[in-house]
Design a protein around this ligand. Sequence first.
Ligand code: NOJ
Ligand code: CA
Length: 563
Amino acid sequence: MTDLLAHLDADRVLAPDRDWWRQAAVYQIYPRSFADANGDGIGDLTGITSRIPYLVELGVDAVWLSPFYPSALADGGYDVDDYRDVDPKLGTLADFDEMIAALHAAGIRLIADIVPNHSSNRHEWFREALASPPGSAARERYIFRDGEGPDGTQPPSDWQSIFGGSAWEPVGDGQFYLHLFAPEQPDLNWANREVRDDFLRTIRFWADRGVDGFRVDVAHGLAKDLTAPLRSHAELEATKLAGDGSHPLWDREELDEIYAEWRAVFDEYDPPRIAVAEAWVAPTRRHRYAAPTSLGQAFNFDLLRANFDAGEFQEIVDRNMVFAAETGSSNTWVFSNHDVVRHATRYGLPDDHTVEYDLGKAWLLSGGVTPEVDVERGLRRARAATLFLLGLPGSAYLYQGEELGVPEVPAIPDAARQDPTFFRNAGVEVGRDGCRVPLPWTANAPSFGFGPTDAAHLPQPDWFASYAVSVQEADPGSTLSMYRRALALRHELQAEEKLAWVTLDGPDVLAYQRPSGWIVVTNFGTAPAELPPPLTDREIVHSSEPAPPTPGVVPPETTIWLR
Ligand code: NOJ
Ligand code: CA
C-alpha cells in the first residue's frame, strides 16, 4: 500500500471539513464489476484498493460503494445476509480496513450503501422467523400476515413487487411475508424497536471503521401502515404520487422519526457522518430526506429522467436550486447509476423512443425492444450533458464507466443474465445487467484487464476494447481525458453554491455563470451556436468536443467552460 500511494501529493490528505460533501464529486463503485484482484471473475475489495491511483488521477472526492455485504446476489447485493460483514466473494473485513485506509490516505472519502428496507432471506433473523410460529417475536421483525380466501391460500392483498409478480410469498403455514422487491428480500418491520436499534448498531459499526457516510437504499420505503383492510394495488398506484403521507408503503411521516435517530448517531462523529437518500418521491417531497435533521442529502433524479433539452434542463436546475436553498442541503446531480440505462446510450435513442421512467423503474428500456442506438450521438450528448452537470452547484454522483463513455451492453445471453427484473418479467424487461458489465481497463488483456484471467461475471463484448482505460489515457480527446480535466478544473470553478443564467439567443442554448466567474455554455441543438461579444473575449478552458474549439462558436450538442 505504501508503494502504491508513494506518488501521491501530500496536500490530498483529508481536511477536517464537515461540509466536504456539499460539492463533492462522488464516484459510484459497483464492486463486483470494478476490478477483480484474484481472477475469479468477481470484482473485489483488493481490486478497488489496487485502482486507487486511477481514482486519484480521475480526481474524485469520494467513492460510494454499492453493497459489499455477504449476499447470495439475488439482487446484486441489495439482498444482505449480514449487515456487519464483508461478502467472502469480495474479501474480508481486513481487506475493507485496508481499502478505507488507502482511500483516506489518497484523500478520498467513502460512502457505504446501506439497505434498511429489507434484509435477505438468508439473514439469521429471517431464518429464525421461518423457524418460529405465527405471532412470534421473530416474525415481528418482518411483515407476516395470514393468507386470505376460504382456505387462506390467497395472498393478503394483490400488491405487486417492484420486480414483478406478487409482493407476498407464502411460507407454508398459512402465513405470507411482504417483499416489495424480490422474494429473497423480505421487508423489515420498522415499527419494531429491535429493528431500529440493530440499524443504529450497524451505522456505528461502519462509522467506527472510518466510513464517512451512507447511501440509504429505498429511503422512502421503511415505514409502512399495514392496518387492515389493505387497499388494492390499483388504488395504491393511483395515490402513489399524492405526496401527502397517505400511501401505506411509501414516503410516510414516520420516516422523520427514524432518520432523526440516525442523525443523532451521525452527529456523534467528527466530522459528522453524512447520508444521501435514495428516495423515488415527488420532487416536492425530497426536502424531507435532505433536511439537516434527517439524512441531510437526497438524490435528485430529475436530470436523469429528462430529455436532452435546454428547456427541461433549465427548469430542473431552477427548481432544485430552490429546494436546496429551502432545506440548507446541497444539490445532487446524477445521470447514471447501476439501476438505469447508461446515459451515453439513452441520449443515442431515437427521438421518438420513450424510456419508461415510472418511479423506481427508470432502468427499463421499454417493452423489451432494443431500439437502434446512435452511439456517436449518444456519447456526444452524454459528454455535453456531463460538462453541464459538473459545473452546477452541488455534488455530482458519477457511475463507474461513465468516465469511459461506455454504452449500455444490450446483448447479454439469457443464461448470463442476473437481474431479478429479467426473471420476474418473463424476459420482457431486460433489467439492469447491461450497465453492470465489468469495466475494460486494458485493451489487449484477458477480461480487458478487469482481472488477471478472462473470467468476468457478466460477459464483456468485443467492442469493449476501444473503451479501455489504456486506450483512452493516451488520447487527449477521449472521454476519460475530458472527465479528468473537468474534475481537476472543478475545484476552481466551484465556489458558493449559486448560479445565474446568462441570457443568450435561441431556445437551444443554456449558459450559467458561477460566483467564481466561470461560465458554462451548452448547445443542445443540432446547429452551431454563435456566442455574443462579451463571451467571445473569454478563454475556453474546456470543451466536451475533442476538436479544438473555434472561438465564438459552440458546436452542436456541446458544452464549453469559459473563464
Ligand atoms: C435500489 C437499488 O439501487 C437497486 O439496485 C435495488 O434493486 C433496490 N433498491 C432494492 O434494494
Ligand atoms: Ca475476485
